[in-house]
Every structure is written in C-alpha cells, then in structure tokens.
Design a protein around this ligand. Structure first.
Ligand SMILES: Nc1ncnc2c1ncn2[C@@H]1O[C@H](COP(=O)(O)OP(=O)(O)OP(=O)(O)O)[C@@H](O)[C@H]1O
Length: 362
C-alpha cells in the first residue's frame, strides 16, 4: 500500500483534467454554480437509494436520542455527491458544518486547531481523507473515539502532552479510494456509504431539477440526451446542461430538445457515450495504429502526444469502465465494443486481413 499518496498526479491535480468538459473534478465555474444546485435535504438528493436509506436511519436514530450522529465515511469517484451529502447530514442534524481536506492538514497541529474550535454537534467534513499526513491521522483516531486529543508542547525530552477534551462532533470523511485508508481509521466510522455511478434515469432527474433551478426549459428527450453523455456523474451532467443551455440560447429558441442537446454536445466534442477528444484519440490510436493492441502504455501515450499519466489516469479509467479498453499484462487492448463505437472493423474481420494482434506488446 502506498500510504504517502500526497504527490500530485493527473487524477488529483485539477490542472491536468481541468479543461475537460467531461472531467469529474470541479473547475472554477462549477465551484461558483454548484452551491446553487446542491440538494438541501435527503428528499431532494437523487439516487444512491441504499446509502440514502441507511443514512436516513442513522440520522433519525441520532436525532431521536438527542445525540450527535456517528462518524460517516463516504467513498466514491469525484462529482458523485459526497460534499453535498455531508452538507445534508449537517442540515438534517440542525448542525453547523466545517469543511476541510486531507491535503490541507499536513501537521497534527493543523488538525488540533480545527478540532479544538468545533462546537458541540458540529459536522467536520474532511475531503480526500486518504491524503492526510500520518501524525494528523493518528491524532484523528483518538479524537474520533474518545473526543480528546493530546497536544504536544515543547520538543525533545522536555516535551509534554496536554490532554484536550473535545465536544462531541460528527466526522464525515470522503475518499475516492477507500482501499487506501488504514483499517484503524476505517473501523472508527460508524457508517460507511459507497457512492455508485448514477444510472441515466437518475441523471435525467438531476438534469430536470437543475434546469428548474437555472430557469432553463428542457424536455424529456433533451434531458435523456445530456444524461447519456454525462458518464454517470451529476457534476458532469450539470456542466453539460450549462453548455447546452448556452447553445440553445444562441443557436435555437432557448428550449433544450434532443436535437439541440445533441448538436450542442457535438460542437463541444462530447460524443453519444460521453467520450471526449482525448478519450477518442486514445481509442483511435489503439485501433488504427496498433490494430487493437496489445500495446504498451508508453507507446500508446507517445502515439497520442500525451503524458503516460494523462492516458493512464485521465482517459483510461472511463474507457475501462465503459468496456472499451482492457488493461492486460501484455498491454492495452481494445474490446469489440471499441471497434463498434468508432465504426471501424477489426483487422481479423477484414477480408484477407491478417490482423496485427500481438505485435505491439511493449
Ligand atoms: N444525488 C444528487 N442529486 C442531485 N445533484 C447532485 C447529486 N449528487 C451530486 N449532485 C450535484 O453534483 C455536483 C457535485 O457534487 P459534489 O460536490 O457533492 O460531489 P463530490 O462527490 O463531493 O465531488 P468531489 O469529490 O470532487 O468533491 C453538485 O452541484 C451537486 O449539486
């Protein structure tokens, strides 16, 4: 396990993925608009039925006991609603919320300062909890279990630990990588909810709700068209909706229909399955230059003129999830669905084609 996972990477550094319309990380515009689009209570929160139902029980029971809710761990890909859910937890408990993130807490003292200023019942939302430093993480163990921290004063042999009592609080930890959390930390959460990608009908509901808030007219088919290209992610659905709204205003009568949505997203180069230019460049190189593979990652990256990390961390996860590309010990290979998606015929199916399978397993 690589616990010291604090180095920036294509997946964690928004700079690399920021200019992608279909990137799941929040960009500057999202941050400004998302506050207005966030559901305010569990009833408004679309989908995630299991997490929602279980969380509802946890919160109701805590309210009935007049107690602070148990600590909650939310895991799942970016943009699926972890921040939103943490705000809903605070709202449902009638408690204030403090928001911070693992990378912002590099020293145990940073965490002690936050914990010691919490009010009773407050929700502390700790995003990217897997990226917290080790000493801070160890302080968190005691804070979560005993509502106490030991603040170390001084250095060397003269250092003393001063115990500090904390008011009961609810920690909501969010992580894209639950597997990276050490078991002692995972075990201290009373409830763990895993957020799944959203099905198209759920994204349609997100889109209709957001369109209402943005005062945009959209019909059922228009919402379905955007949902199908949103990669299972509400943040992307909301972003595509805003771009389609621009197009509808400028090029049509302002109403989003299937035809308007489809034309708009073609202009923005997001295809019917949600692939953008980078995704298609990777697939096209894999199919056209390497006959569908297997081909080594570095070779593939050079072929599309991108960094290895960009291909591996930005483009591939979605292609793998969509069943268009497979990572094998011999290299990357395209699936039959990839050929079909790009409207190409695999070499072995071409009349007299010998195929190139196996030639490029670098
Ligand atoms: N279930 C949902 N119903 C309606 N809107 C949602 C839902 N989940 C997320 N959204 C919307 O998607 C956007 C992104 O959600 P949010 O910021 O909560 O995601 P996140 O999982 O915390 O992402 P990150 O890990 O990148 O911080 C917000 O505008 C939010 O309103």
């Amino acid at each position: 396990m690589n616990w010291d996972d604090t180095a920036p990477s294509a997946a964690t550094d928004p700079a690399l993925a920021a200019d992608r319309l279909v990137g799941a990380a929040a960009d500057g515009e999202d941050t400004a608009v998302e506050a207005a689009l966030r559901p305010k209570d569990l009833g408004e929160f679309v989908g995630q039925e299991r997490v929602r139902e279980q969380l509802d029980l946890v919160l109701r029971a805590a309210r009935a006991r007049g107690a602070t809710a148990d600590h909650v761990l939310l895991s799942g890909a970016p943009g699926l609603g972890k921040t939103t859910l943490s705000m809903i937890i605070a709202a449902e408990m009638g408690a204030p919320i403090r928001i911070t993130s693992g990378p912002a807490i590099q020293h145990a003292g940073d965490l002690a300062a936050i914990l010691s200023s919490l009010q009773e019942g407050e929700v502390l939302f700790l995003d990217e909890i897997h990226r917290m430093s080790r000493p801070a993480e160890e302080m968190l163990y005691m804070a979560m279990e005993d509502f106490r921290v030991d603040v170390v004063v001084g250095k060397g042999p003269g250092a003393t630990a001063i115990p500090l009592e904390l008011p009961p609080f609810t920690l909501v930890g969010a992580t894209t990588r639950a597997g990276l959390l050490p078991p002692p930390l995972r075990d201290r959460f009373g409830f763990t909810g895993h957020m799944e990608f959203y099905a198209p009908p759920e994204l349609e509901r997100v889109i209709h709700r957001s369109a209402g808030l943005l005062d945009v007219e959209i019909d059922a088919e228009g919402a379905a068209e955007i949902a199908g290209r949103s990669r299972g992610t509400p943040r992307i659905a909301n972003r595509l909706l805003r771009r389609v709204r621009d197009y509808a205003q400028v090029k049509a009568d302002g109403v989003i229909t299937r035809a308007t949505a489809s034309r708009a997203l073609d202009v923005y180069e997001v295809d019917a399955r949600g692939l953008d230019r980078l995704d298609r460049a990777v697939l096209t190189a894999l199919l056209k230059l390497f006959g569908g593979g297997p081909v080594g990652l570095s070779t593939l990256a050079v072929a599309v003129g991108e960094e290895r990390e960009t291909v591996e961390e930005v483009a591939e996860p979605f292609l793998v999830r969509e069943g268009l590309l497979a990572r094998t010990p011999r290299g990357r290979i395209a699936t039959p669905a990839a050929w079909a998606h790009l409207g190409l015929v695999p070499p072995q199916q071409q009349a007299g084609g010998a195929g190139q399978q196996g030639l490029f397993g670098a």
